[in-house]
Ligand binder design. Structure first.
Ligand code: FAD
Length: 438
């Protein structure tokens, strides 16, 4: 298929005018598209849902839109292994898993991403004993530059597997993903404002003592919104009740999106008001506790557009990083409207995972679209990199292959596998050149 039109990501930070677009609906059609693009001398990129803030998916060559390549291929209820087509969104995946009595062990904040886009950039949620979404991947089928299909897992082509799970589409086009799912579970959610000083003083205890712990901190406010989600065990634990639909609508749609969006627009029109508006948002945080199926608790609607940068820092350095950020934010020329989000994750063994070989805290900073963010992001990046931070592959950063080669112990191994799988750089783009080198 050969129709061109401008592509733009969710945040408006990346655009592309691919020379060709393809809408493959089978592994064979993915391979045909790769070969047709190669015949025309074009590079190839897969498009996910466009939710990366970095230009990871951008191409002037051939873009493969996988929105017609979705759904479950196979599911084994006993082992929990579920194979899905790569264009399946996490929302579709959650719905399908729930009808099978299964669930993903952990998820991020939203469900709009495709499963392949999410794993390719190392998308993660929170939980000191859990890894990111990529750690639930048990196998992949990849279409390579010569149109062949290769399967990999921990047992079959293990080096390719360790390299491919998080690989930004640099090795080939993922056709299917096999996920190690768990029996469906409910979460007891507890969300409440706490004094920031208390959250910081109790950080280690809160991270260790909850299945999923995170907090949001409005840079000029005294309070943080602390979220603690814990698995409800079948041992007669007293669980909170479900949240009525009307309350969910008010809390998440009206307060977190409509009302907060209105505050952001006022702040953008009158930047002098940003600090008081930010304090107001922090002061009006409310307490809520409820129980729901895991994916309904993990995922929240995000309708207010923002730009974002996020770094994984060694968990033991997070308090210093936050202290420096607090001090620096107070001195910024342009005030910050959006909260900082702090999460945790366990070490893993995926070569390009931000969690490779170490327990991390994730610090994510945001700014409302249209407000100046460059000074803030520069400040944050200098603090996070001084602490040995690894940037989220899908969120804004300026790191290059030199820095990343030092940050990732298996970086050279990844480049070796890339040389074997894509020697002619069929899957290249300028972002890959930045992060992996020429
Ligand atoms: C509102 C919002 C909330 C977010 N929340 C979180 C969060 O909680 N946690 C977190 O970690 N991140 C979060 N992110 C970041 C987001 O999860 C990642 O950027 C993710 O990659 C987006 O997935 P996508 O399907 O949109 O992929 P895209 O952004 O479209 O693509 C990402 C990369 O994957 C490649 N790719 C896609 N499909 C394939 C394929 N089939 N084969 C090979 N390569 C492929 C693309 O070429 C590109 O390099 C959030 C982003 C937004 C906008």
């Amino acid at each position: 298929m050969n129709t061109t039109m401008t592509w733009q990501n969710w945040a408006g930070t990346a655009t592309a005018d691919p020379a060709r677009r393809y809408w493959p609906r089978s592994t064979e059609e993915i391979a045909e598209a790769v070969l047709a693009a190669a015949g025309a001398g074009l590079t190839v990129r897969a498009l996910g849902s466009g939710h990366s803030f970095t230009p990871a998916a951008v191409t002037s060559g051939a873009a493969l839109d996988l929105s017609g390549w979705t759904g479950i291929v196979a599911a084994d209820l006993e082992s929990g292994l579920v194979t899905v087509r790569s264009g399946t969104t996490i929302r579709e995946l959650n719905g399908a898993l729930s009808t099978l009595g299964l669930a993903m062990p952990n998820l991020g904040d939203i469900d709009a991403q495709t499963i392949s886009g999410a794993i390719s950039t190392g998308t993660h949620g929170t939980g000191a004993r859990l890894g990111g979404i990529a750690t639930a991947v048990a196998g992949l089928d990849l279409v390579l530059a010569d149109g062949s299909v290769i399967s990999c897992s921990a047992d079959k082509n293990p080096d390719l597997f360790a390299a491919a799970v998080i690989s930004l589409g640099a090795l080939g086009i993922i056709s299917t993903v096999t996920l190690a799912c768990v029996p469906a579970f409910n979460l007891a959610a507890d969300e409440r404002p706490m004094r920031l000083e208390e959250v910081l003083a109790r950080f280690g205890e809160l991270a260790a003592g909850n299945d999923h712990f995170e907090f949001y901190w409005f840079p000029y406010g005294k309070n943080a919104l602390v979220k603690r989600n814990n698995r409800i065990l079948n041992s007669g634990t007293r669980a909170p009740r479900a949240m009525p639909a009307w309350r969910r609508f008010i809390e998440y749609q009206v307060m977190e999106n409509v009302a907060f969006g209105a505050l952001c627009r006022i702040g953008r029109g009158a930047p002098k008001l940003i600090k008081p508006l930010n304090r107001l948002a922090a002061a009006t945080l409310s307490k809520r506790s409820y129980a729901a199926p895991s994916h309904e608790v993990f995922v929240t609607p995000r309708r207010v557009r923002f730009v974002e940068s996020e770094y994984a820092v060694p968990v033991e350095s997070v308090l210093d990083v936050l202290a420096e950020l607090r001090a620096g934010v107070a001195r910024l020329a342009d005030p910050v409207m959006f909260p900082v989000e702090v999460r945790v994750a366990a070490a893993d063994d995926v070569w390009l995972s931000t969690g490779y070989g170490r327990d991390n805290a994730y610090v994510a900073i945001h700014q409302y679209v249209g407000l100046p963010y460059q000074g803030y992001f520069r400040l944050f990046e200098s603090i996070a990199t001084a602490a040995g931070g690894r940037p989220h592959w899908g969120k804004m950063h300026t790191r290059d292959a030199g820095y990343l080669g030092r940050a990732y112990p298996r970086f050279a191994d990844f480049l070796r596998v890339r040389d074997e799988m894509d020697p002619a750089r069929r899957f290249a783009n300028p972002y890959l050149e930045q992060v992996f080198g020429a």
